[in-house]
Design a protein around this ligand. Structure first.
Ligand code: C2E
Ligand code: MG
Ligand code: MG
Ligand code: MG
Length: 282
């Protein structure tokens, strides 16, 4: 069929492009329905002080409990709604679910701060702060300090002036902020200086290869001393082995998150995981 015109390459390209658009559209519809049917769930991965194992918080990571395909990680469905208003609706659900969870934990005496990942499109909404403070008001048992927002370094750079203003408003509500996947976004030092975040999360790619790749080790050391100079906390993501955590401690990075400590797990599992450990920032 494509051969008919002699411009077959373009036709093939168009077909592939059409198919991509169709799949993306179908994917979006599935996600919309899944949200309505409450098929999304938050898993939690502990963040610890690697010096003594103290649990300082947990990151909420979204999963799709698909009726046929089982538990799906965000990498297979979030790309389908990138730059789509649906990512905002899903993000609203995540904040709501995290607040409900910290409230439930507080009712049982567990005070475990939860970090949620926030998409750039969410941050850019004019009503982001209003919705956030309304959500906090719906959960009076939850303290604002129970919630941390993780913002990707790359999304913080999209519109530095607007984002900085929004982040300041988030802090004014009493929440804390972390810069996620740091090191992947080429942010200049002056940008980092201006961004009001308490914590810098070192991207797992640098941590993964730090033991074999001197360049990644150098980047890691650079980020750690940068964080110290700017008086920010620094946390290493992707701590996969004891060797990683030992080396990170030697380099002065005390906070970590990764499979060597614990994998992301359902809410009930993490509360029992915490039961045998010291929890808290004091
Ligand atoms: P992230 O925020 O950087 O989260 C860390 C990712 O690394 C998680 O993948 C986690 O399961 C994984 N991880 C943790 N420890 C290790 C380790 O030791 N080794 C390795 N190889 N991986 C580790 P996950 O859950 O698949 O999430 C992927 C990304 O999806 C997240 O990266 C985040 O950017 C995004 N995401 C997750 N939940 C949400 C959400 O609720 N909203 C938004 N907007 N994005 C989310
Ligand atoms: Mg994150
Ligand atoms: Mg990350
Ligand atoms: Mg990531």
């Amino acid at each position: 069929q494509a051969k008919l015109t002699g411009k077959n390459r373009y036709h093939l390209f168009d077909d592939a492009y059409d198919r991509q658009l169709r799949e993306r559209h179908e994917g979006r519809e599935c996600i919309r329905h899944a949200l309505a049917r409450q098929e999304f769930v938050l898993y939690y991965q502990p963040k610890v002080d690697m010096r003594d194992g103290r649990v300082i918080g947990a990151e909420a990571l979204i999963r799709w409990q698909h009726p046929e395909r089982g538990v799906l990680p965000p990498g297979v469905f979030l790309p389908l709604i990138a730059n789509d208003p649906l990512i905002v609706a899903l993000g609203d659900w995540v904040i709501e679910a995290a607040l409900a969870q910290v409230s439930a934990w507080r009712a049982t005496g567990l005070v475990l701060p939860v970090s949620v990942n926030v998409d750039a499109l969410q941050l850019a909404q004019a009503d982001f702060i209003a919705k956030l403070s309304a959500a906090l008001a719906r959960y009076p048992q939850a303290h604002p300090s129970d919630l941390e927002l993780e913002v990707l370094e790359t999304s913080a750079l999209e519109d530095i002036v607007a984002v900085t203003k929004t982040l300041r408003a988030v802090q004014a509500l009493g929440l804390s902020l972390a810069l996620d996947d740091f090191g992947t976004g080429y942010s200049s030092l002056s940008y980092l200086k201006r961004l009001p975040v308490e914590t810098i999360k070192i991207d797992q790619s640098f941590v993964r290869d730090m033991l074999d790749d001197p360049d990644d080790l150098a980047i890691l050391e650079g980020i750690i001393s940068l964080a110290a100079a700017f008086r920010r906390q620094v946390l290493a993501e992707g701590v996969e082995t004891a060797a990683h955590s030992e080396r990170l401690l030697q380099l002065g990075c005390t906070l970590g998150q990764g499979y060597a400590i614990a994998r992301p797990m359902p809410a009930d599992d993490i509360s029992s995981w915490c039961a045998t450990r010291r929890v808290g920032t004091a």
